[in-house]
Design a protein around this ligand. Structure first.
Ligand code: CA
Length: 426
């Protein structure tokens, strides 16, 4: 089925700011509270939020097999379970409803009044109920930088890294939408030179620049997903800030990997941009350094050219862009990650979230964490309005943005913006 929603020539009757992340070719999906405090599934064009529950009740999705309440829910999980064919039909229909040649909603003021909202009338929610969360470690530059700092520059990449899309199963309870602040975590740390740990606030709170993809129900227990089918089970992507406490991490991570250094929060952008919308931005993955096993081999372009940047905004001050990277730097792509995740028969469900791992590029200004940007604190990063940062300080806001751009069409993710508050006090 063609993705007519991606037609680059299409114009909309919705007033849309220039350079918006959300032209009519994007049509992302999210969940929001309306001005009447009703929760609904919606989309966005420019700075206008669109209530898909209301559109459906008014009959605009006639002919598409959808249950009556599919958009009147507090998460996208059931809609995602409907599968790729339905996502595509709905996106194509939305593009048609808002096409500037289509008068049906454009010229119906009564309908427009219940369907359209300005962004200040809505409150974005977590778009999916995340069942399982997995975090990969798929940027060669990031793995090399971390290996160089913490182990051995000569053997920075561990022997398994070029063969396995390395990952760990995370937790989903603290995945939060953009705008929700996070407290500085406390925990055990081993001070330099000490032999016994102390307890206290993490002094090395960091962001990790990541993206995450969201899956649909893909397989039954015992049944692997072949790599050539993997993308059929990916609904879309969000920006992902995988908060990390480096001092807690350093003490706790041997032998089973990160735990409290990571599970206090991960923040996501609120609009899920579909894999369909990203179709025009496919690009080559980095060339494999070693041959990969057959279940990880693929044909065609499975990476996506998504420009990413991270800013730090101290309280009351202007932002400073501290990193500029790109999703295409990932050594292991999403199809490989999902094929690997399920090769032993591990089931994947609707709303599961897979973090890419920190996306560092090849140059020092493209590193995806303060750990790397400040090289463990040895090279503080200068801020535009004076001062510098080795790690994130109390009341700093970390903002990640991302967008694709090609042939005059820009498809973006908006932002994930999170303030770091001081430690929690009763
Ligand atoms: Ca991570």
């Amino acid at each position: 089925m063609p993705i007519t929603a991606n037609n680059p020539d299409r114009k909309t009757w919705i007033e849309t700011p220039e350079h918006t992340d959300f032209p009519i070719q994007n049509i992302p999906f999210g969940v929001f509270l309306t001005r009447d405090d009703i929760i609904t599934i919606g989309t966005r064009i420019g700075d206008t939020a669109i209530d898909l529950g209301a559109l459906h009740q008014l009959g605009y999705f006639e002919g598409i097999p959808l249950t009556d309440d599919i958009f009147l829910q507090d998460s996208l999980n059931d809609f995602i379970s409907d599968g790729k064919k339905t996502w595509r039909l709905v996106r194509n229909r939305i593009a048609d409803i808002f096409d500037n040649t289509n008068p049906s909603l454009r010229d119906n003021e009564d309908h427009r009044k219940v369907v359209l909202f300005s962004l200040d009338e809505i409150e974005m929610q977590l778009p999916v109920q995340v069942g399982d969360y997995t975090d990969f470690y798929s940027s060669k530059e990031h793995a090399t930088n971390v290996g160089t700092m913490f182990r051995d520059p000569e053997n920075a990449l561990l022997p398994n890294w070029l063969h396995i899309p390395v990952a760990y199963h995370g937790r989903s309870s603290s995945i939060i939408p953009s705008g929700i602040p996070v407290h500085r975590p406390q925990g055990q740390k081993l001070p330099n030179g000490a032999t016994e740990p102390i307890f206290g606030p993490s002094r090395l709170v960091d962001f990790e620049l990541e993206m995450a993809f969201i899956t649909t129900d893909a397989n039954h227990l015992g049944e692997p997903i072949p790599i050539e089918e993997a993308e059929d089970y990916i609904f879309g992507l969000v920006l992902f800030n995988d908060w990390s406490a480096r001092d807690i991490q350093k003490w706790e991570y041997v032998p089973l990997g990160p735990f409290l250094a990571k599970n206090f929060a991960s923040s996501i952008s609120c609009w899920i941009v579909t894999l369909d919308a990203l179709e025009p931005y496919r690009t080559e993955s980095p060339k494999p350094i070693k041959p990969v096993l057959p279940y990880l081999q693929y044909e065609g372009k499975k990476s996506f050219d998504i420009n990413l940047e991270v800013s730090i905004q101290p309280e009351g001050k202007a932002e400073t862009v501290v990193s500029t990277s790109n999703f295409k730097h990932m050594y292991w792509n999403m199809a490989q990650q999902l094929a690997h995740h399920t090769v032993n028969g591990c089931p994947v469900n609707s709303g599961d979230m897979m973090g890419s791992g920190t996306i560092s590029g090849p140059t020092p200004d493209s590193y995806g964490s303060m750990l790397e940007l400040s090289w463990r604190g040895e090279k503080p990063v200068k801020l535009n309005e004076g001062g510098d940062r080795k790690f994130i300080e109390d009341n700093d806001t970390v903002i990640i943005r991302g967008h694709c751009e090609k042939n005059g069409v820009r498809i973006g993710f908006g932002e994930v913006s999170t303030k770091l508050l001081p430690i929690f006090k009763k």
